[in-house]
Design a protein around this ligand. Structure first.
Ligand code: ZN
Ligand code: ZN
Length: 257
């Protein structure tokens, strides 16, 4: 299994997860928070065309995750998984027969991969994040949550790679020019993960098989990639350069799990 983040943060999120070989190969696009042209361009940089994808998984209804999902899935005939709450919050868009409803802890058969959605605490109707398994390795995808619940930790136990939110630094956020209501929303229990909370979760998720950690959904105003690398690598006992950063525009390289 391998994955590549195409874009990360409040301006748009999308990640490709690939498993299997040859005719069995399947690729899932997790979140679709870009415009059609931008998405095609970022897929191109990943060496892919839209027709190389086999499905979409939308984590929640916020615009930086839904983006062009409706038109993209229609244009390319791709099935779309999301929770019923996400679909309702979007205003019940007409995906035709391509809509697949996903639920917490109900596995999805995606060919060589099993997808395991799980609930996270975030200010959306029914947000789901995802664990992907191919029988050998486990990849955890986790962004957009205000705190790391025991449920989240149990769902991500034993992952070999994690793409994980490290949204802001508490001091940078409190000093920022953001209005008070927005600071409260971001730092609250249904907002976004603060760097030290991500670090704390990584301490709990670390095991000898954990080989890749990529920090995601970094705030461009209230965080700094070097700071994230420092805080997360300290928690893991890794050299800072071993912690990857998903860049808002360029995402990440292809990463083998
Ligand atoms: Zn987001
Ligand atoms: Zn969100």
């Amino acid at each position: 299994m391998r994955f590549k983040n195409l874009a990360s943060g409040s301006t748009g999120n999308a990640t490709v997860v690939e498993a299997g070989h040859g005719a069995d190969c399947r690729r899932l696009l997790v979140d679709c928070g870009l415009g059609l042209r931008q998405l095609a361009q970022r897929l191109g940089l990943a060496g892919l065309q839209p027709s190389d994808l086999h499905g979409l998984f939308i984590t929640h209804e916020h615009s930086d995750h839904i983006g062009c999902a409706l038109s993209f899935s229609a244009r390319h005939g791709l099935p779309v998984w999301m929770s019923e709450g996400t679909w309702l919050a979007l205003g019940e868009p007409d995906f035709g027969d391509r809509l697949r409803l996903a639920r917490d802890q109900v596995p999805i058969d995606f060919g060589p991969m099993a997808l395991h959605p799980f609930t996270v605490p975030h200010d959306a109707r029914e947000p789901l994040q995802l664990r992907c398994e191919d029988g050998q390795v486990r990849l955890g995808l986790l962004t957009d949550l205000g705190h790391v619940s025991p449920h989240v930790l149990s769902q991500l136990a034993g992952c070999h790679a994690l793409l994980m939110e490290s949204n802001h630094d508490a001091a940078l956020l409190s000093q920022s020019r953001y209005p008070a209501f927005l600071k409260r929303r971001i730092s609250g229990p249904w907002g976004h993960l603060e760097n030290t909370c991500t670090a704390q979760a990584l301490r709990q998720l670390q095991h000898p098989g954990l080989r890749q950690v990529v920090a995601a959904h970094l705030s461009e105003q209230n965080n700094q990639p070097d700071l994230v690398r420092q805080v997360l690598s300290d928690a893991l006992g890794w050299p800072p350069e071993q912690v990857g950063i998903a860049c808002p525009v360029n995402g990440s390289a292809w990463i083998e799990v």
